[in-house]
Design a protein. Structure first.
Length: 459
């Protein structure tokens, strides 16, 4: 297919001011997880204004905008929830009022990741304007909910409840000018320790759960920090980069980066401040690289010396998630978010590479102020953080690839910004890539690695 690349770039640039205004409108609406109702309707109204063929909000609260009439589906996904603002004193300007100058837009959600939603919506408009809806396909633009709370939950609902299975999905999460073909997975682990309370004046009469947990915490730290020499009692997670411990996937692990674990929360119960604590619990944020499984991560904690030392007084489990969405829908799932990597040669990855080469060349591009972090990095790379791809490809094997405005470094940080040029670049890229997709090159083995499902029956 012959495309007029300059015409596509010009069309995207012509909508630059409209995209800036739309993004600033979204930023102005606080929209933390499970509180996205107002921003969801804002996006729905924008899609309707731009002439999408059909716009709907599903039972969980995801916004689904459709163009085209084909039997098969190409999807663009961006989550519409943001994290909170944290300490307001860390922001130099109002995080929701924000501001813009010639190069950037300031405010919570600009990079993570309402900017991606903005570019995807306007890509749909450009495809309609230029009659570039790929033949035989419908294009679905998804504004997904609750990603910050439970990444991928939205697509579990879309897959299982809405019964939508696209040919592939482009994630519009921020990629700092790169094309991203994978990410580490993660899971949320809870460790509970039982104790027996007594008066604090005679602690030997009780069994202090916090003291027992202190030993376990030291072991968790060792698991993250230690090396993997044979003489090490607790071999560190760096071991998965070594072919000795990860013979099938050490190269994939080196691409993604090593796994990690950190303690993110701690809880306790005690009758009073002058009593021995009778329970203690911690949450562990466990990042998973290629070759690590959900069962293995749980067993790794269960096998720590301090956990084994305290025996039946310790319980190690995976969190479940059951928070109601803004519509009131409860879709319970496990807090497991599978790792995934695509082949660089996969058709849905190659379409973005081909589009970038045709529009912008072989190097990452961006606004002048963003290029200091982009120059010299590979065009095709991976995310450090987690995305909805954990369900799209990690869980269900639907091909997924990432290209989105903004930068990971801006995510969850005070004084968040995104770049106006990125909005334009991404809109042009989405239009071009969808039209360069070569279905004849599609294969069933696009995944280099994916974590897959657990044995829980989630419908």
């Amino acid at each position: 297919m012959s495309l007029d690349y300059e015409r596509i770039k010009l069309a995207a640039a012509d909508y630059g001011k409209d995209m800036n205004a739309f993004l600033r409108k979204m930023i102005s609406i606080p929209s933390e997880s499970a509180e996205e109702k107002e921003v969801a309707h804002c996006i729905k109204e924008e899609m309707e204004k731009l002439g999408f063929d059909k716009v709907e909000i599903d039972g969980l609260g995801n916004v689904l905008g459709w163009i085209g009439e084909g039997d098969k589906i190409m999807a663009l996904d961006g989550h519409i929830d943001t994290v909170g603002i944290g300490n307001r004193d860390n922001w130099t300007h109002d995080p929701y009022e924000g501001y813009e100058d010639d190069e950037i837009i300031y405010g919570r959600g600009g990079s993570d990741q309402e900017g991606g939603v903005c570019s995807a919506v306007y890509a749909g408009k450009i495809m309609k304007d230029l009659d570039l809806i790929p033949k035989g396909y419908r294009v679905l633009v998804v504004g997904s909910v609750m990603e910050e709370d439970c990444d991928g939950l939205c697509w579990q609902y879309i897959y299982n409840k809405d019964k939508i299975v696209p040919e592939f999905v482009i994630s519009t999460e921020p990629t700092d000018g790169g094309i991203y073909r994978g990410q580490r997975g993660r899971m949320e682990i809870r460790v509970d320790v039982r104790g027996i309370s007594c008066h604090g004046s005679a602690p030997e009469r009780g069994d202090n759960a916090i003291m027992k947990m202190a030993d376990i915490i030291q072991d968790v730290r060792a698991l993250n920090n230690n090396g993997c020499e044979d003489s090490t009692m607790i071999r560190g997670l760096v071991k998965m980069l070594d072919p000795k411990y990860n013979p099938d996937h050490y190269e994939d692990a080196r691409f993604l980066g090593r796994g990690s674990c950190t303690i993110s929360q701690i809880y306790f119960t005690s009758p009073s401040r002058c009593a021995v604590a009778d329970s203690c619990a911690i949450s562990i944020d466990r990042r998973m690289t290629a070759g690590e499984t959900w069962e293995g991560c749980l067993e790794e904690i269960r096998g720590l010396p301090a956990v084994k030392k305290y025996g039946d007084d310790v319980k190690v489990s995976m969190y479940m998630y059951d928070r109601p969405s803004w519509t009131g829908e409860v879709y319970e799932t496990e807090s497991y978010f599978p790792t995934w990597i695509n082949k660089e040669s996969a058709a849905h990855v190659q379409m973005l590479i081909d589009a970038h080469h045709a529009l912008y060349g072989t190097e990452r591009t961006g606004a002048p102020s963003s290029m200091s972090t982009r120059t010299g990095r590979p065009l095709t790379d991976k995310w450090t953080f987690s995305t909805n791809g954990v369900s799209i490809q990690g869980r269900y094997g639907i091909p997924c690839v990432g290209f989105g405005p903004g930068a990971e470094s801006q995510a969850h940080a005070p004084n968040e910004i995104t770049w106006k040029q990125d909005l334009v670049t991404c809109a042009a890229m989405y239009v071009t890539a969808l039209n360069l997709y070569d279905e004849s090159k599609k294969t069933d083995d696009v995944s280099v690695y994916r974590g897959g499902k657990t044995d829980n029956d989630i419908q």
